[in-house]
Write a protein that binds this ligand. Sequence first.
Ligand code: HEM
Length: 149
Amino acid sequence: MGDVLALAYPWVKSLHVILVIAWMAGLFYLPRLFVYHAEVVGSANPTDALFQTMERRLLRAIMNPAMLATWLSGLLLLLTPGIVDWSAVWPWVKAASVLAMTWFHMWLAGRRKDFAVGRNTVTGRSFRIMNEVPTILLILIVVSVIVKF
Ligand code: HEM
């Protein structure tokens, strides 16, 4: 098992980075849709249905599968012998940031459900602020895996 993972390592890592990009694209775009949905489109507006469709498809067709596959590929990398030294700080920073990113994904999924039933209570300004969360986590993760402090 360890040998196979070691052989596959560069391929799994490539796949991991590709999947991370797909997941992050959604994590940046969905809160932007929410900003416009909250500020421009009231629930009585016909554009409301269009926003709901865009949000549902983005989450279900792209973000959920990308998150799952990112996790799977990341766990395969974790199981690869000699890749992660848990006595260093970076794996812990990365793990905490990835958990926070997953929480953010779930939070967005909850807000999508609120929009779907016409019960959003979050302002456009709050969505703009929340939009910075994935940026900060992305910086922490990339510095962790590249600098390896
Ligand atoms: C979801 C759970 C995740 C797990 C379990 C995980 C785990 C890992 C592991 C073990 C590596 C190998 C490190 C190495 O080769 O030295 C890796 C590489 C990498 N991860 Fe993740 N990761 C996850 C999510 C993410 C996320 C969300 C991002 C970005 C936002 C990310 C970005 C990267 C990058 C850029 C690399 C390549 C670093 C290099 O060039 O060596 N990962 N990941």
